[in-house]
Design a protein around this ligand. Structure first.
Ligand SMILES: Cc1cc2nc3c(=O)[nH]c(=O)nc-3n(C[C@H](O)[C@H](O)[C@H](O)COP(=O)(O)OP(=O)(O)OC[C@H]3O[C@@H](n4cnc5c(N)ncnc54)[C@H](O)[C@@H]3O)c2cc1C
Length: 414
């Protein structure tokens, strides 16, 4: 049995940030990774994906963006390269191609079964990612088998899709990006839009993430958010990271020729039925966007920045076609592919400790797992602040959890 003080499962940005924090505290540990460092960015992201967060925000403990394009948006391959360099410079003790099969409670802490080895550790940090499984709605089962269906985890480029029309279900960051890319390949695209978060790429000359950070929104703590469950399940914003820093909202997509329909509710006898409340859904998204822009303007005034920034303005409301169809016969041949851009979920299946709630999610208080002292989870949306959803949020989160872990170790007999 191999013994160590801490085991970190997963060498994405969250696991690497945690490794760095443990090293800073001289806590011996290993990072077990089933693939290579940044495996998710290498194997689970489509090649054309770029971060929707600007390069200047891609910061990790001890690492700030130092390239020559701080306002650009990194392609997935560059994210993988950045994390690989980060792991190498920090000499992170990563054991690659080491899959953790189970984590169990043991008298001295935890027993970890990885590949064919058993490890014993006093503490475990699960950093296995928030987006490693697709969230597919139950309605998927009713889609006729003649239709090709796939998720963003399997999507690579439009060339892999059958010729013909594509129904993209979900209009958050992934859905709008892929709808736009597939449409540009010449395939007619229908986009089913449920609840979404509309944001402009830039406002008053600054990137929207500059505003989200400057106004303090991203710093809001998990224990001060009224409806934390809702905050943790909020769809990703309708944003893309393009070299031109363009806004990609429903108006842009409509102008490109993409047909927008309401939320996909049911498929009955091969007929897809869409919600009739698209106009309301869009009006709500517009309202929430304007509420944030009001907050941004108030903050700019209070900070004395009004003279340094272009004047406030508002964006055109989302235009909803009143003749947007409520039904689409999937058996007619018009649609040949359905792409489920309906979100992602974490895969914590290696955890064999009863710490889940009735929905299957790990119960935790800001990453400190409830009912299993010494067990931590990192890299989940709004884990400790709203920034936790993004790469740069792992810096503060890993610091707080490493502090807790250090105190826990100090309080335990060896
Ligand atoms: C499409 C998409 C776009 C995104 N865009 C942005 C963006 O623009 N900006 C931003 O800040 N964030 C973005 N994110 C969110 C976030 O940065 C990613 O989800 C990020 O990959 C999460 O990092 P992580 O380290 O928590 O998990 P991951 O990067 O998923 O790393 C987890 C690691 O754990 C490993 N692992 C899993 N299970 C096991 C096991 N049993 N044993 C051993 N190893 C295991 C995996 O192989 C993986 O390497 C995006 C996410 C997605 C899905």
């Amino acid at each position: 049995m191999i013994q160590t003080t801490a085991v970190v499962v997963g060498a994405g940005h969250a696991g690497l940030a945690m490794s760095r924090r443990l090293t800073e505290r001289s806590i011996d540990h290993v990072v077990l990774e089933r693939g290579e460092v940044a495996n998710s960015w290498r194997t689970q992201r489509w090649p054309s994906l770029r971060l929707l967060t600007p390069n200047w925000q891609t910061r990790l403990p001890g690492h700030d963006y130092a390239g020559d394009d701080p306002d650009g948006f990194m392609p997935a391959a560059d994210v993988a390269a950045t994390l690989t360099r980060y792991a190498r410079l920090a000499a992170a003790p990563v054991c690659a191609t080491t899959t953790v099969h189970t984590v169990r409670a043991a008298p001295q802490g935890f027993e970890i079964h990885a590949n064919d080895d058993l490890l014993s550790a006093r503490t475990v940090v699960l950093a296995t990612g928030a987006c490693n499984l697709p969230s597919i709605p139950g309605v998927a089962n009713a889609v006729p088998p003649s239709i090709m269906t796939l998720t963003p985890l399997a999507y690579r480029d439009p060339g892999q899709l059958a010729d013909g029309g594509v129904l993209v279900v979900g209009a958050s960051a992934t859905g709008v990006q892929l709808a736009s890319e597939i449409h540009r390949s010449g395939r007619p695209v229908t986009l089913a839009a449920g609840e979404h978060v509309r944001l402009p790429r830039t406002y008053r000359g600054r990137d929207i993430f500059w505003w989200l950070e400057a106004t303090g929104l991203l710093a809001e703590r998990y224990d001060q958010i009224d409806d934390l469950t809702r905050a943790r399940h909020l769809p990703s914003p309708q944003l893309t990271g393009t070299p031109e820093a363009v806004t990609t909202d429903l108006n842009t997509l409509t102008a490109q020729g993409i047909r927008i329909v309401g939320r996909l509710g049911r498929v009955v006898d091969g007929v897809a039925q869409f919600s009739g409340s698209l106009a309301n859904t869009c009006a709500l998204a517009d309202l929430k966007m304007n509420r944030f822009l009001n907050r941004a303007d108030e903050w700019a005034t209070a900070s004395g920045l009004d003279d340094d920034l272009p004047p406030p303005h508002r964006f055109a409301p989302t235009h909803v076609n009143p003749r947007s169809p409520l039904e689409l016969d999937l058996a007619s041949g018009e649609i040949t592919t359905v792409l489920w851009a309906t979100g992602f979920r974490p895969d914590h299946s290696c955890l064999d400790i009863p710490v889940r709630d009735r929905t299957g999610r790990i119960r935790h208080d800001g990453g400190i797992v409830t009912g299993a002292p010494g067990l931590y989870v990192l890299g989940l949306p709004v884990l400790r602040t709203r920034a936790s959803t993004y790469i740069h949020g792992a810096g503060a989160d890993s610091d707080a959890l490493a502090n807790h872990l250090h105190t826990f170790l100090s309080s335990q007999p060896r």
